[in-house]
Design a protein. Structure first.
Length: 216
């Protein structure tokens, strides 16, 4: 074999190796991105169930507040629960929108930014709002339940309702205290994981692994 033939054979082998390496890298990337996508499936199913739950809540309490327009306290209680169901739907729809807009054909950094938008929404908006509302929403729920049983607690024992409201504010203070303590004690990461959800952080971990591989 002459020198030129040897060079050509070596170059051809080098090209095949480069093509094989590129193919292997693409297969690894596709596998990691598919895993990241699958990591978000529990969140997607959870949000779909939340939408159905929210619709059920609205359908359950809409007739109540419409039927009690002459009793403002009962009307407002039913309306609050109706709005709570609507918030379930809107919040879940927002989550699904942010998940569906993630384009896995983009660069890893762009995908991480899109996932970070979802994470920020869940940590800084959705979780705090529902946590605060959760401290109070049980009060109108109890009023509505008693009204269904034929008892108007607000009319017959308003001091009881005020005690419930006081308990709701105590619940809010406890919530604030727990959040403050977790952040001050170095457990902020645990709090963030619970706020964003395991699915989001699992997908984030897969993308970080892929980013390190591509950058390394």
């Amino acid at each position: 074999m002459e020198l030129d033939d040897f060079k050509q054979a070596w170059q051809a082998l080098d090209r095949r190796l480069e093509q094989q390496n590129t193919l292997n890298l693409q297969l690894y990337r596709d596998a990691r991105l598919d895993k990241a996508r699958r990591s978000l499936r529990p969140l997607v199913w959870g949000q779909r169930l939340q939408i159905m739950a929210g619709v059920c809540v609205m359908l359950l309490f809409a007739p109540f507040w419409v039927e009690h327009l002459d009793k403002p306290h009962l009307m407002l209680s039913g309306l609050a629960l109706h709005i709570y169901g609507l918030m379930f739907v809107l919040s879940a729809a927002r989550n699904l929108y942010l998940v569906n807009r993630i384009d896995y054909a983009n660069q890893v950094l762009d995908i991480q930014r899109q996932l970070a938008t979802l994470q920020a929404w869940r940590e800084r908006v959705e979780w705090p709002v529902f946590a605060v509302i959760g401290c109070f929403i049980w009060v109108p729920l109890i009023l509505v339940i008693f009204a269904w049983m034929g008892a108007d607690v607000w009319v017959n024992a308003p001091i009881v309702v005020w005690s419930w409201m006081a308990s709701a504010f105590v619940c809010l203070l406890i919530l604030w205290g727990v959040v403050y303590w977790m952040r001050r004690s170095g457990r902020g990461r645990v709090l963030q994981r619970s706020q964003a959800g395991k699915s989001v952080y699992r997908a984030e971990g897969v993308l970080e692994e892929l980013a390190r591989f591509e950058g390394g």
